[in-house]
Design a protein around this ligand. Structure first.
Ligand SMILES: NC(=O)c1ccc[n+]([C@@H]2O[C@H](COP(=O)([O-])OP(=O)(O)OC[C@H]3O[C@@H](n4cnc5c(N)ncnc54)[C@H](OP(=O)(O)O)[C@@H]3O)[C@@H](O)[C@H]2O)c1
Length: 317
């Protein structure tokens, strides 16, 4: 009896494994547009897909980033300058994509561009601080998607949105977690709507990875700036000791971040070229072992874990 059960489970996993390995055909004719290719995941994905033979349309924020990427890739990869917060810039990039893809349409759209700061406890921040992140990470994703959707629909292609494990567990204040929760919600509704047109939508949920965005330097500088700007009343409530303890915890960031970015770009690639892409990909040990399980726990337990692991404001009751 147990033997049959084990054999059945093994067979199930074997079938899943086989199903996941099926790849779509004619990769060399497929165009993929990626935002935020100057550095990090976007940059690596652009180079990876170029090597794989796909036609990569890489959007960079700066000319320097675009030039460097072109220097490292084949002539098939083309670059464009795109600031996802600017409607005119998105319109120009969309026209550029149209000219490249012609009647084929756009097979893949990867919404990867993102920022992580300003970050600090909510009370230290202003509305503008929240808007700055939401503008890039959420409204940027929405506007780029709406603009390129007709081309993706034409190719019956894929939309791959880069969220984060912080789109499942709100670990800290500021716009970042809010923006990623928004990306999750947008992607879910988009997936359901676009399934009518054979367009697939996948969500990438990395844990902490070693890129500029998650560096100790950037995060602690942003925290310090928010502290410097906040009111004397808030400073008195939180206290210098709280600030120092937070700064010390950020030093861990560079140490705990996963260095192998390909764990994320391999998931992005799978979402783009597999016949049966997953809806969600969690990437990195912390994502799989800590944050994903946490996201299924009851709220009171998650609250307790987060409070226990964090410094307490000096005037905490
Ligand atoms: N690293 C992590 O631990 C982690 C975890 C979960 C999710 N993510 C997500 O992964 C994505 C990529 O981040 P990354 O870690 O690879 O960091 P990254 O190296 O900083 O890459 C972000 C890219 O977005 C670009 N960008 C910033 N503002 C932009 C704008 N307004 N318009 C267009 N492009 C813009 C950046 O350009 P410049 O380099 O020129 O500034 C950069 O190329 C982000 O969506 C991030 O939220 C990262």
């Amino acid at each position: 009896m147990w033997l049959y059960l084990v054999a059945l489970v093994c067979l199930y996993y074997l079938l899943c494994w086989y199903r996941e390995r099926q790849v779509v055909s004619h990769l060399r004719d497929k165009y993929v547009f990626i935002t935020g290719c100057d550095s990090g995941f976007g940059n690596l994905l652009a180079r990876q897909l170029d090597l794989r033979g796909l036609r990569v349309l890489a959007a960079c924020l700066t000319e320097k980033g675009a030039e460097q990427l072109r220097g490292q890739t084949s002539d098939r990869l083309a670059t464009v300058i795109l600031d996802v917060t600017k409607t005119e810039s998105i319109a120009v990039a969309t026209q550029w994509v149209k000219e490249h893809v012609g009647d084929r349409g756009l097979w893949g759209l990867v919404n990867n561009a993102g920022i992580s700061v300003p970050t600090a406890p909510n009370e230290w921040l202003t509305k503008q601080d929240f808007m700055k992140i939401l503008d890039v990470n959420l409204l940027g994703v929405i506007e780029v998607t709406l603009s390129l959707l007709p081309l993706v629909r034409k190719a019956r292609g894929r939309v791959v949105n880069v969220s984060s494990i912080l789109g499942r567990v709100s670990l800290y204040g500021g716009g970042y977690c809010i923006s990623k929760y928004g990306v999750e919600a947008f992607s879910d509704s988009l997936r359901r709507e676009l399934s009518h047109f054979a367009v697939k939508v996948a969500i990438i949920e990395p844990g902490y990875f070693k890129t500029v965005l998650a560096s100790t330097d950037l995060v602690s500088r942003s925290f310090q700036e928010a502290w410097d700007r906040t009111s004397p009343e808030v400073k008195e409530i939180y206290g210098e000791k709280f600030l120092a303890a937070c700064m010390k915890s950020f030093e861990l960031l560079d140490k705990i971040c996963t260095k192998d970015l390909s764990l994320v770009t391999d998931c992005m690639e799978h979402a783009l070229i597999a016949c049966h892409p997953r809806t969600r990909y969690s990437c990195g040990w912390d994502s799989k072992l800590i944050y994903l399980p946490m996201s299924y726990m009851p709220t009171f337990l998650v609250d307790a874990i987060i409070q226990w692991s964090r410094p307490r404001p000096i005037k905490a009751l």
